[in-house]
Design a binder for this molecule. Structure first.
Ligand SMILES: NC(=O)C1=CN([C@@H]2O[C@H](COP(=O)(O)OP(=O)(O)OC[C@H]3O[C@@H](n4cnc5c(N)ncnc54)[C@H](O)[C@@H]3O)[C@@H](O)[C@H]2O)C=CC1
Ligand SMILES: O=C(O)CCC(=O)C(=O)O
Length: 416
């Protein structure tokens, strides 16, 4: 076992430091960026269905708002902790920076297994959380969205609760909402669509014919399922999928639309007809062209990086590859499309949603998709070209672009 840290905060700090050093920035810039500017810790009491009272712990972290209001999802998961929320908010700053969005990074989380709550309990928790952080969020301050364990329905409860506090409808406070409450067309599938677009751009640069690419997919929630769908629609063949319960394999390809229906009915990819079973470890080391990581952090570490055979990794999840694993993958010539670029489609369309809320003018799905594709292809090109110029990997190049933007905004404001 390696002694590498699996603390996402430590790993985010290493990534930022590497890019600050390459850019030759004053050490004060790293000092500004290595921790969030603000974190709120909250306790949320919920009356459970059996009459007992449970108190859940939650956080909202606002990393840096030099470029604009902070933005980022809310995670409901049993392993959520302060360092994870901080790291996720830091990754949001650099994700928005690499796409050129007028936002800084934020993230929220509650330590809870949402699958163990009844619908009423989940609604009470969601409303309690937004009440607890209401003083530090707002359309011009900090704009949450869905992440692991949360969805459009939860965003609807939160926007309703926040609007009650304000005394008027405030749709621009949260994105990823249902369409009827000011949601944007194309937001639900935006992250997955972006993952597939990034894979397509990466394959082009590697001289791979996308129509012949095989794909292994880890995670089949919001990001994983739509990544699979669009990877398939763009021509790739998804041959293996895992989720937290297990996995499936078929060398001739898996019908993703049917798999989505199966998951809706059964709650998991397991036992999908026409497939054999596979575990997570086996999936990660499959000999495929593309490995799409769409679950959680720390999936490829110093301990298993050497077993990876894919030619390209696309990080749909945040932080799935550790810095030590990055070095090993680099030495094996594996092309890694980093999270802050690859999964940025979600926040990009969230930005479109917020713009629509602020202007009260709503866009067609076609317009959303077209703008997303343009934005992501342009960002990919900028990162790829810089990586070639500096002979660094795609992650470092993405951080260099992003940190330079954040630095210039901080400098213009007189912060550094
Ligand atoms: N929802 C969004 O718009 C965005 C999400 N992300 C990131 O993408 C990742 C996934 O998020 P969502 O799809 O929204 O969450 P989700 O809650 O909808 O789905 C998570 C998926 O990961 C699976 N999973 C969990 N632990 C696993 C394990 N150990 N092995 C294999 N599969 C496992 C679950 O079974 C589920 O299929 C997270 O890292 C999140 O931060 C990034 C950008 C935007
Ligand atoms: O849509 C958003 O605002 C943020 C999505 C998110 O949490 C992420 O990109 O990790």
């Amino acid at each position: 076992m390696s002694t590498e840290s699996l603390n996402p905060l430590v790993n985010a700090q290493k990534q930022i430091k590497a890019a600050c050093d390459l850019l030759g920035l004053d050490p004060a810039v790293y000092e500004m960026l290595k921790e969030p500017m603000r974190v709120l810790e909250v306790s949320i009491p919920v009356r459970m269905d059996d009459g007992s009272l449970r108190v859940f712990k939650g956080w909202r972290s606002q990393h840096n708002d030099a470029l604009g209001p902070t933005k980022g999802g809310i995670r409901f998961h049993q392993n959520v902790n302060l360092d994870e929320v901080k790291a996720l908010s830091m990754w949001m700053t650099f994700k928005c920076g690499v796409l050129g969005l007028p936002y800084g990074g934020g993230k929220g989380g509650v330590c809870v297994d949402p699958t163990k709550l009844s619908k009423r309990e989940l609604e009470q928790l969601s409303r309690g959380y937004i009440r607890a952080i209401a003083t530090i969020v707002g359309p011009e301050l900090d704009i949450p969205a869905p992440d692991v364990g949360t969805n459009a329905e939860i965003m609807a409860w939160m926007v309703d609760e926040y609007s009650k506090i304000k005394g008027y409808n405030s749709f621009g406070v949260i994105t990823g909402k249902p369409l009827i409450l000011g949601g944007s067309k194309g937001r639900t599938d935006a992250t997955g669509y972006g993952v597939a677009l990034t894979a397509r751009e990466g394959a082009k640069r590697l001289g791979m014919d996308f129509n012949k690419c095989t794909v292994a997919l880890q995670g089949f929630g919001n990001v994983g399922s739509y990544s699979g769908l669009y990877l398939h629609r763009l021509g790739g063949k998804v041959i293996a999928v895992t989720d937290v319960f297990g996995g499936i394999y078929n060398k001739d390809g898996i019908d993703i639309e049917k798999l989505m229906e199966h998951v809706k009915k059964t709650g998991s990819v397991v036992n999908f007809p026409g497939t054999t079973s596979i575990n997570n470890e086996q999936l990660l080391s499959l000999d495929v062209d593309i490995l799409a990581l769409c679950a959680l952090e720390n999936q490829i570490t110093a301990d298993n990086a050497d077993t990876i055979k894919a030619k390209m990794i696309v990080e749909g999840a945040n932080g799935p590859v550790t810095p030590e694993a990055d070095k090993i993958l680099d030495s094996k010539g594996i092309f890694v499309c980093p999270d802050i670029l690859t999964n940025a489609g979600g926040v990009m369309v969230s930005y479109f949603e917020w713009v629509q809320n602020l202007t009260n003018l709503y866009w067609s799905e076609e317009e959303v998709k077209q703008r997303q594709e343009e934005g992501m292809v342009e960002a990919f090109k900028a990162v790829y070209d810089l990586a070639q110029q500096y002979k660094v990997n795609m992650r470092t190049a993405a951080y260099m672009i992003s940190i330079k933007r954040v630095y210039e905004a901080m400098k213009a404001r007189g912060w550094v």
